[in-house]
Design a protein around this ligand. Structure first.
Ligand SMILES: NC(=O)c1ccc[n+]([C@@H]2O[C@H](COP(=O)([O-])OP(=O)(O)OC[C@H]3O[C@@H](n4cnc5c(N)ncnc54)[C@H](OP(=O)(O)O)[C@@H]3O)[C@@H](O)[C@H]2O)c1
Length: 199
């Protein structure tokens, strides 16, 4: 398969890539690095990315900022960071890809643990995660041509503990290898409309 990984240089993107590159051609995409650059929050740029890349069989989205801040310090604008980037960035990749991805292709998105196991300052990310779960469940039943869509929802990765561990006290870090396998299951398996939890 020819697989586009958006956010391929990140902790999650590297875990997905390490597993999938053993069997597939990988096209890496980032905001500033990778084979191609895009801001997933910009729908015109996402459409242009697909035109430039040409034929592809799967999209793995591992990109999407959210704002970590105390609830009392959030306003609409700060809250919109996660909705624009983490939710709409990934939804854009699906919407723009519907007509151009190969038959039986798949979209695999990324959410995270925070909507089922919250931490302080995590309300924006948790909201984005819940929205993505609703999106894949609903979008899957309308997809044609054998297309599929799922979202991987990992706990904090082992490799991310130095960056995020202080916020996730008491959380068990998830092996990156297990996270990579979840992306392989979504891309190479038959699941659709699922939240694939890795913890
Ligand atoms: N790490 C964890 O433990 C963990 C656990 C559960 C869920 N998550 C979620 O998974 C996602 C990725 O996390 P991560 O830790 O792997 O992030 P990361 O290490 O910071 O990497 C993010 C990657 O996404 C790219 N990116 C960011 N914004 C983008 C945009 N607007 N358009 C295109 N590419 C963009 C970056 O590209 P450049 O490098 O070129 O800037 C980078 O390659 C986040 O939504 C995060 O909340 C992470």
């Amino acid at each position: 398969m020819r697989i586009i990984i958006v956010g391929a240089a990140g902790d999650i993107g590297q875990a997905a890539r390490k597993e999938l590159e053993q069997r597939h051609e990988i096209i890496t995409v980032g905001r500033s690095g990778g084979d191609y650059q895009v801001d997933v929050g910009d729908m015109i740029a996402v459409k242009s990315l697909y035109e430039t890349v040409g034929a592809f069989d799967a999209v793995v989205a591992c990109a999407g900022d959210a704002k970590f801040a105390a609830l009392a310090d959030m306003d609409q604008e700060t809250f919109m960071v996660g909705l624009r980037q983490k939710v709409m960035g990934q939804v854009n990749l699906v919407l723009a890809g519907l007509d151009v991805i190969a038959d039986s292709g798949s979209f695999t998105l990324t959410s995270g643990v925070l909507d089922r196991d919250p931490i302080r300052m995590g309300a924006n990310a948790a909201t984005a995660n819940g929205a993505l779960a609703g999106f894949v469940k609903s979008a899957a039943i309308e997809m044609t041509r054998g297309l599929r869509v799922n979202v991987v929802s990992p706990g904090m990765l082992d490799v991310s503990a130095p960056r995020y561990g202080a916020w996730f006290q008491g959380h068990k870090p998830v092996p990156s290898h297990d996270v990579g396998l979840a992306y392989a299951k979504c891309v190479e398996g038959a699941l659709t409309g699922q939240v694939v939890i890795v913890e």
